[in-house]
Design a protein around this ligand. Structure first.
Ligand SMILES: [Zn+2]
Length: 293
C-alpha cells in the first residue's frame, strides 16, 4: 500500500452540498496538508428545492434534471476545497434522493431510503478497501436532523465500516480494512448560539432567521470530542457553499437554504468520536490524533 498518502480521510454524505456545509473547512485543511481526502456522496440530491428562479425548471416536479446539475455544482465545490477524489455511491444516479421524511418519493424504485442497507454498503466497502482510510466522518443515527437519506447514509457508512473489516465479506471487493477512528458531525450548542447572535447583529437580506435547532447535529457542548479550527479555510468553505447555488444562498459569513432563513457559516467544525481511541487531554484538534499507521 506504499502508493497511499500517509493520512487518509473518508467522508460519507447524503447529497451534494452537505459536505461543504458540514465539513468544508476540514476537507480544505486536510487536502492542503497533503492528506488523501475522499468524499462519497450517496445520491444526486434530485429532490432538492431550487433557489434561483432562473433554474427552477430543473426541479423534480418540472424537468427533473436537477441531479445532473448538482453533479457539476459538487465538482465546482470540490475545486474550491482542493479535493480531487469525490465519488458517488455505486455510480452517479445509482441511488436516488428520497425527499423529506414521509414524502411519497421515499418509497419509489431506487430511492436511497428504500434500498437494503447491506446492498448499498457493499459499494462503500469497495471504496474503503481501496482507499483504506484511517478516519471516517459521517452523521449520527438521526442523520443530524431526521432526513431519510441522512439516516440511511449513517446506517450504510457504519455498516460498511464493519463489513470492510470482515475478511469473510465479499473478498472480491478487496483486502479487509479496519478504520481506526469514526466520527459523527456535531455542532456544540454554545457555538451555534454564538453564530446566531452574530447573525442577529449583522445586516443581511434574508427574510427570516433560523434557530439553533435548525442546525443538524447540535448537541450539548460536553458531547464534543474534537474541534477543527477552520479559520484559515473559511473563504474556501464559503466559496464551496456558493458553488451549490441551486441549494444555498450565501451572503457574507451567512447563508440560507431554500427556506430563506439565515444561518451562520460555521468555520470551526466539531465532531464526536464514536469509535477508536480518543487522544489524551481536552478536545482533540486533529482527526488523525493517535493514528499511527
Ligand atoms: Zn442532505
Amino acid at each position: 500500500m506504499t502508493d497511499h498518502p500517509a493520512r487518509r480521510l473518508l467522508l460519507v454524505h447524503a447529497h451534494p452540498d452537505d459536505e461543504s456545509i458540514n465539513n468544508g473547512a476540514t476537507m480544505a485543511k486536510y487536502a492542503a496538508e497533503g492528506a488523501a481526502v475522499t468524499l462519497v456522496t450517496c445520491t444526486l440530491g434530485e429532490e432538492g428545492e431550487v433557489i434561483p428562479p432562473a433554474l427552477a425548471h430543473l426541479a423534480a416536479h418540472r424537468d427533473d434534471t436537477l441531479g445532473a446539475h448538482r453533479v457539476a455544482e459538487l465538482a465546482a465545490a470540490m475545486k474550491e476545497l482542493g479535493v480531487t477524489d469525490h465519488r458517488f455511491l455505486g455510480v452517479p444516479g445509482r441511488f436516488r434522493d428520497s425527499g423529506m421524511m414521509g414524502a411519497p418519493q421515499n418509497h419509489r424504485e431506487g430511492a436511497f431510503w428504500a434500498v437494503p442497507v447491506d446492498e448499498a454498503a457493499a459499494y462503500l466497502v469497495e471504496v474503503i478497501r481501496s482507499v483504506r482510510p484511517q478516519v471516517l466522518v459521517t452523521y449520527d443515527p438521526d442523520g443530524g436532523y431526521g432526513h431519510p437519506d441522512h439516516i440511511q447514509t449513517h446506517r450504510v457508512a457504519m455498516r460498511a465500516a464493519d463489513l470492510a473489516a470482515d475478511p469473510d465479506f465479499r473478498p472480491g471487493l478487496g483486502a479487509p480494512h479496519t478504520i481506526t477512528k469514526i466520527y459523527w458531525n456535531r455542532v456544540p450548542r454554545s457555538y451555534a448560539e454564538a453564530g446566531f447572535a452574530r447573525l442577529r447583529a449583522a445586516t443581511v437580506s434574508f427574510p427570516g432567521t433560523g434557530v439553533v435547532d435548525d442546525i443538524p447535529g447540535v448537541v450539548d457542548d460536553e458531547v464534543i470530542t474534537t474541534e477543527i479550527d477552520g479559520t484559515a479555510y473559511a473563504a474556501a468553505k464559503t466559496a464551496a457553499m456558493r458553488a451549490h447555488a441551486t441549494q444555498i444562498a450565501v451572503e457574507g459569513d451567512f447563508f440560507a437554504l431554500s427556506n430563506n432563513l439565515g444561518q451562520p457559516v460555521l468555520t470551526t467544525e466539531y465532531y464526536e468520536l464514536v469509535r477508536g481511541e480518543r487522544a489524551p487531554g481536552g478536545r482533540e484538534n486533529d482527526l488523525f490524533a493517535g493514528v499511527t499507521t
